[in-house]
Ligand binder design. Structure first.
Ligand code: GLN
Length: 569
């Protein structure tokens, strides 16, 4: 076991051989807002937390978000996008839930592993301590050890971030067996920190069955009762619904959950998520939270127009419109490519152009279920996104070929970058059976091969080349122009394979330019094709660093090129 770890657990001062308070912790210095969901998953806790954080920031509060996942995985890296949406990568290489992407984008913050935890991480730490003899004969229990370890993570974030408010989002729904100990941890946290230092929010769902044409709040009531059965009294309830709910519904919820009606809010479908911070502000959500925390006098509403300006700039009345195809293999669930969709939205706001997304299922192209010429009808540019494995690869390569030959703007992301290299090698460089080692083992024509540093790696969890790395950008290239003539930029990666160095000269001789590479290693990171309106691939995920009103430069260049294709300027 490493020495740093042993040193970190050497404090055996408490009778439980454990303390849930970091050294020097000051109770009340940071307050906590806890966000949970009832009735069902998928009601937008992540978006709510992010938008709420934005309204708090607008009052000059320093916020630090954290997502507590109840699953046993150590991180989100090994989860299928079908089950859990996109895997978002932080600059420090942590592979997280896509909600961290929402936090980063709304709050314009760079987050780290301190902002994300899972029960898997918590149990792992406890079991390692147990094996190291830390508990000294004490039996290791869910309470106090699992709850204590969870509280420790939350308090550590409070101390490290020096935030005014830590926003805690508990994954899952009230009533899950899974998150029971996360719920119990926050119950204890509230008790120990004091009610005045915590605000417990429950986001619930009000049903509106079509055959009845009226609101039904019973499911929400049951959810709230279940929550109270865990000893958790909400301070604030946010009812999610499709349409605005009636006062009668709010009254029922208020009465059933001991929450004054002024603290029962409603969030219904709005046209655009960028409206949400202002929407919550206008309803008084942030004011009510600060009242619970006794902070409303100190942190008054920012008198400037900043929040309104942010909203208005993000929601323009677009004059133009383009259609961008996304040729992936998980196109059934748009959550898989959520950061790509968001990056396109950021471009949309800045360019005053509506961006429609057309999903192109690469597997269908591959097995002939759909015809590429038809798929490309009315499309002004295509993104071939990241991915893993064999399925869909040939479909993606066929798309790249079409885009290159027909001079349609192309942006290849990670696996998409690798597909562009394979296609170019097959069609232009005469490497007929060019492929990637990921698909075809032991072929001498693998123009994409394993990264040297990955050869010895064992296991799949957290072992890819992950996180932010610098990219040296070649002067005089399109990439150099896109990045505003910077010769060094930083972007986020998540890959195991890269361009085989044996083929670099051949590829460049045939006209493809590697315009970005790792500063010290021969890892190709950006490619482009001169003479094509826009043919760019990035070995990194440019979408992870795109923010509202600050789109990623590569995406911006790509959407501009799509607009040019359609409107000629
Ligand atoms: N499967 C490829 C690799 O591991 C690409 C990964 C990705 O698209 N994120 O290198």
């Amino acid at each position: 076991m490493d020495e740093k770890f042993l040193a970190s657990i050497s404090d055996k001062s408490s009778g439980e051989h454990f303390s849930a308070f970091p050294e020097g912790y000051e109770k009340g210095r940071t307050k906590f807002v806890i966000i949970t969901g009832s009735v069902m998953s998928g009601i937008g806790k992540g978006i709510f937390s992010s938008a709420l954080g934005k309204t708090l920031q607008d009052r000059n509060l320093k916020v630090a978000p954290i997502k507590v996942e109840a699953y046993l995985n150590i991180d989100s890296g090994t989860l299928s996008p079908y089950r859990h949406g996109e895997v978002f990568v932080l600059d420090d290489g942590t592979e997280t839930d896509m909600d961290l992407g929402s936090y980063e984008r709304f709050l314009d913050m760079e987050l780290s592993r301190d902002n994300f935890t899972t029960h898997g991480q918590i149990y792992k730490r406890i079991i390692e301590k147990e094996r190291a003899g830390f508990y000294q004969g004490r039996d290791v229990q869910y309470i106090p050890h699992v709850t204590g370890e969870t509280k420790m993570v939350l308090r550590n974030l409070a101390m490290k971030s020096k935030a005014d408010i830590v926003l805690i989002e508990i994954g899952g729904t009230v009533g899950d067996y899974e998150n029971l100990f996360a719920m119990e941890s926050v119950r204890e946290l509230i008790y120990e920190e004091g009610a005045q230092n915590c605000c417990f929010v429950n986001l619930t769902y009000i049903l509106e069955p079509h055959h009845l044409g009226e609101f039904k709040s019973k499911a929400a009531q049951i959810g709230l009762r279940q929550l109270m059965g865990l000893g958790l009294q909400p301070d604030l309830i946010v009812c999610r619904s499709e349409h605005p709910i009636t006062r009668t519904v709010k009254e029922k919820i208020s009465m059933n959950a001991n929450v004054p009606i002024e603290r029962v809010f409603n969030t219904y479908d709005v046209g655009n998520i960028y409206e949400l911070p202002l929407f919550y502000r206008e309803q008084g959500v942030d004011e009510a939270i600060l009242q619970v925390l006794g902070m409303e006098k100190k942190f008054k509403v920012n008198g400037s127009r900043s929040l309104r300006d942010w909203t208005e700039k993000n929601i323009l009345k677009p004059e133009k419109e383009v259609t961008i195809g996304v040729a992936g293999k998980y196109t059934g669930t748009s959550d898989t490519y959520i950061s790509i969709v968001k990056a396109l939205e950021h471009c949309s706001a800045v360019l005053n152009a509506k961006v429609n997304v057309k999903w192109i299922e690469a597997t269908d192209v591959e097995n002939g279920k759909s015809r590429i010429e038809e798929e490309m009808q009315g499309v002004d540019g295509v993104i071939v996104p990241g991915g893993f494995g064999t399925r869909g690869v040939e479909g993606k390569i066929a798309c790249v070929k079409y885009l290159r030959e027909n001079k349609v703007p192309f942006l290849g992301i990670c696996y998409g970058f690798q597909m562009a290299v394979i296609e170019f090698c097959r069609s232009i460089c005469g490497v007929k059976n060019a492929n990637t080692e990921e698909v075809k083992k032991d072929s001498e024509n693998n123009v994409i091969c394993i990264l040297p540093e990955q050869e010895e790696v064992e296991g799949l969890g957290g072992t890819l080349r992950l996180g932010g790395f610098d990219i040296k950008v070649k002067k005089g290239t399109l990439a150099y122009e896109l990045y505003g003539k910077k010769d060094k930029v930083r972007e986020r990666f998540r890959h195991r394979f890269n361009v085989n160095t044996k083929f670099i000269d051949l590829i460049e001789k045939n006209g493809m330019v590697f315009s970005g590479m790792a500063p010290q290693k021969r890892i190709m990171q950006i490619l482009e094709l001169p003479g094509h309106p826009f043919f760019v691939g990035t070995q990194y995920h440019a979408e992870f660093t795109s923010r509202p009103l600050k789109p990623n430069p590569v995406y911006l260049g790509f959407v501009k090129a799509a607009l040019k294709k359609k409107y000629g300027k």
